[in-house]
Each structure stands twice: as C-alpha cells, then as structure tokens.
Design a protein around this ligand. Structure first.
Ligand SMILES: [Mn+2]
Length: 394
C-alpha cells in the first residue's frame, strides 16, 4: 500500500497548514511578562517565570492571592509566593513537582485570619503569587540557574519570597539567589530529618546535597547553619561527616526532648544570627513525623510533632527572616492532603508571626499592646528584615 493513503500522512501535511500566529504571539507575550531565562537555557523562548500557568501551576494561586502576570511589575508588594515544581533532585521517591500545585490548591481552605496570633494576613500583607519558575526537568544545573535567577529577581525587587518546593535540591539555588543581596553573612535554619550535607548524590547535586553547596557560598558559612530534627535511618554518613568537619550544628529529636522547644529555638537563633545579617528558613516537611506528613519522598518515623515545629517556628520567625522555603511535599504519597495542609500552615504561621512582630507588612496595633510576646533584648543588634528591605540592618 502506498503511504499516501495513510491518515497519518495526510495529518503530517495538515499540521503544516495550521496557523500558528496566535500561539506565537502568546509565547512572545509570556516571555515579555515572564522575563528572560538564565543564560544556560538554550531555548530563549522559555521565560524565567512560567506565565502559562499550565502543567503544574494550573491550580489557582496561594491563598487566592492575585496572580502577578507581568513580572516587570514586581516591587512594592510584601510577599511573592513562587512555585518550584522540581523533583529532578529526588533520589528515591519522586513527586515533589506537584508540591506547589497541591499547596496552592489546598491553601484555598482557610482565611488570612488566625485567632491565636491575632493577625489577618489579607489585611496586613500585599501578597502576590508569581507562578512557577520554569525549571528544566532533565537538567538540574540549568534548573538551579533558573531558580537562582528567579529568587534573585524577587530579592532585587525587595519582596519577601515564599518558595513552594519542589525537592530539597532547591535549597542551594535559593541561597545562591539571596547571597548577593545580603551585605554580610546569611544564617540558615534548616528543619529536616536529614543533614542534606553530602557533596553529591549519584554523581550529581541532588536533594541530599543543598547545604554542602550553600555553605560553600562565601557569605553563607557553615558556622551559621543549624539543622533541627536530624535523625533516623534514612540519613547519609558522608553528609554527617561534612556537618562535623565544617562545624555546622545538628540538633536531634533527642535534644528537643531533653532541652525543650524553647531552649532549642533560642540556641538555633544564637547560632544562625551570630555575626549574620539575615536568616533563611528552609523547612523540609519530612522533619515532621510521617504520621502527620506522609506525603513526602523520604519519610522517617519519630520526627517532630506539628505543635513542636510550629512553636519553634514562631520563636524563630519573630526575629525576622529573609525568606522561607517549604520543600519535599510530595502529593502522590499524601493522604487526604494532610501534608499539603501542614505545608501551608507552616507558611502562614511564619508570615503571621512576622506580621505580629512588625517584621513584615503593616501591623495594625501598637507594640505595647502586645503583652504576651516579649521580644528578645538584643534584637536591634540583628539585621532584621523590614518591609521593603532585603538586608537592612535596623
Ligand atoms: Mn529530609
């Protein structure tokens, strides 16, 4: 039979006859809105910020915040929520590329108001959802370049970034993007069951490696890295060796049991803020016991209880932060969205605490009315981050 009789043959020709002007115009517009990608990305029609909201992003916005379509308009807002739908860095169970979508979707549950904090995020903060970074799923280094450039852009515009992961490999480019904007050292407070301090996993920089590379950045020294919740049977010995040799700090669940959450938070703050101008918060959801957070790739029993984690977060966030990432939420392993719910809760508690302490946005009451949250005496010595500042030492 002649190939000319094939339906497929006719459809090959049909494609050539279809118009493409509208699609091309849309791609050109999305590139303008989404800004040029990192130099390592060869296809220059891929925007840095995915404007199409297709693939992983098509699930509404975080807390139903406005979607900022034109990234040239970033600046002046308080918070930019950005998704990093990446699981290229997972070494065993993948699925974290769905994390931003799941957290955005479930964030529609609930309001901006929290009774215990006495805060309404909708009233206090101008929050925009800037969509997802265009990651390059088959190439983690290009993805790092994209994430670095996107996070740097948000810091450059002096907006507080909330990063929805994504696997923990993004912890490295998130710090790399922040580092040029801090005039001094960066402290890192890292919740995890794992040290994530190996140099390589399977010959590449993956989700067990971010803090090895982050602490190679000159103004992110390992002496300012504090890890909370480390332990169990899924960690890596090379990572532990690197924590030891570099002089970083690992705090176990046993430490938390022994000393209590308040003293542990105090210690974490002392380490992270020692001679530092800004502190980055990296929260791996697997720091929480898998009974409460099963939707993650590397679950490890015996982790933090949500109440313990939220208490420590509250104590840490009230000293100010340069940004926060919640990583390793893996919806394919989740049950009833509980892990995504917890991820959203962590973000909202951090934002709410920053508002309550006057570190972000507008606080609608005077500080002296706030009798129950005494602040640390030496807070003025620290480079707390006010609204509109990235590294403003106050
Ligand atoms: Mn982990």
């Amino acid at each position: 039979m002649d190939r000319a009789f094939l339906h497929g043959r006719r459809m090959l020709q049909r494609e050539a006859d279809l118009p493409s002007e509208r699609g091309e115009e849309r791609r050109r517009q999305e590139l303008e809105w989404g800004l040029p990608s990192a130099e390592s990305v060869r296809d220059r029609m891929i925007p840095l910020f995915n404007r199409g909201r297709w693939r992983y992003s098509n699930s509404g916005t975080f807390m139903c915040a406005p979607f900022l379509q034109d990234m040239r308009e970033l600046g002046g807002q308080d918070v930019a929520v950005v998704g990093v739908p990446l699981d290229t860095g997972t070494t065993f169970r993948s699925g974290t590329r769905w994390g931003p979508q799941a957290m955005r979707a479930v964030s529609a549950l609930g309001t901006g108001y929290n009774f215990e904090l006495g805060v309404d995020l909708i009233e206090a903060l101008d929050i925009v959802d800037v969509g997802d970074v265009s990651v390059i799923p088959a190439n983690i280094e290009k993805s790092f370049d994209q994430i670095d450039k996107a996070i740097a852009y948000i810091h450059e515009r002096a907006v507080f970034p909330v990063v929805l992961g994504g696997d923990h490999s993004i912890g490295y480019p998130d710090i790399r993007g922040l580092s040029p904007f801090v005039d001094g050292n960066i402290g890192i407070i890292h919740f995890d069951r794992h040290t994530d301090m190996s140099e390589l996993n399977l010959d590449e920089r993956m989700h067990g490696t971010p803090f090895f590379h982050a602490t190679n950045i000159p103004n992110a020294p390992p002496s300012n890295l504090v890890q909370i919740g480390i332990g169990g049977w899924t960690g890596s010995r090379p990572g532990v060796r690197n924590v030891r040799e570099r002089g970083a700090t690992s705090i176990t669940i046993t430490d938390i049991e022994r000393w209590g959450v308040d003293r542990i938070a105090e210690m974490a703050l002392e380490i992270a803020w020692r001679n530092a101008k800004a502190v980055w918060l990296s929260f791996d959801i697997d720091a929480i016991d898998p009974a409460f957070a099963p939707g993650t790739g590397t679950p490890e029993a015996g982790g933090l209880l949500p109440r313990e984690a939220l208490r420590i977060l509250h104590l840490i966030a009230r000293e100010g932060l340069a940004g926060v990432e919640v990583v390793e939420v893996s919806p394919p392993y989740d049950v009833g969205d509980v892990t995504s719910v917890l991820g959203v809760r962590i973000i909202k508690d951090v934002l709410g605490t920053l508002v309550a302490e006057g570190k972000l946005g507008k606080r609608p009451w005077r500080r002296d009315e706030d009798l129950d949250t005494p602040s640390r005496g030496d807070v003025s010595d620290r480079g707390q981050r006010g609204a509109g500042q990235t590294n403003g030492a106050s």
